[in-house]
Write a protein that binds this ligand. Sequence first.
Ligand SMILES: [Zn+2]
Length: 118
Amino acid sequence: MTIVTETEIEAYAFCPNSRCDGNTQKKVKALKTLVEFTYMDLGGDLPGVERSTAYLKFKTTKQSPCTVCGIPRELSETRRRKYAPTVINDKVMDPKALLDYMPDRFAEDYEPEYEVVE
Ligand SMILES: [Zn+2]
């Protein structure tokens, strides 16, 4: 028999658009649904859980939209790592500078706040 367990956890919500100010992770109450498949579920005859998967969702749908841009936020159980800034020739590089050169699903809506000099 598949085991489904839902528990309330503290998770980190963030806007998936890395250029949005809502991209900073914020602690929120969320629900974690753990679905466990036993060996017997999958045709075996041993006791115990063979595999499992976990889903995170917001406790209420009002928590989902990004407060800055309005697109649905995502959830993570772990806090995002912060890496030391990259320094090249004594110049600190903008960690998001590569985003200006990489097309992504948000590129159409993105307008840089500075003038590009070529
Ligand atoms: Zn956003």
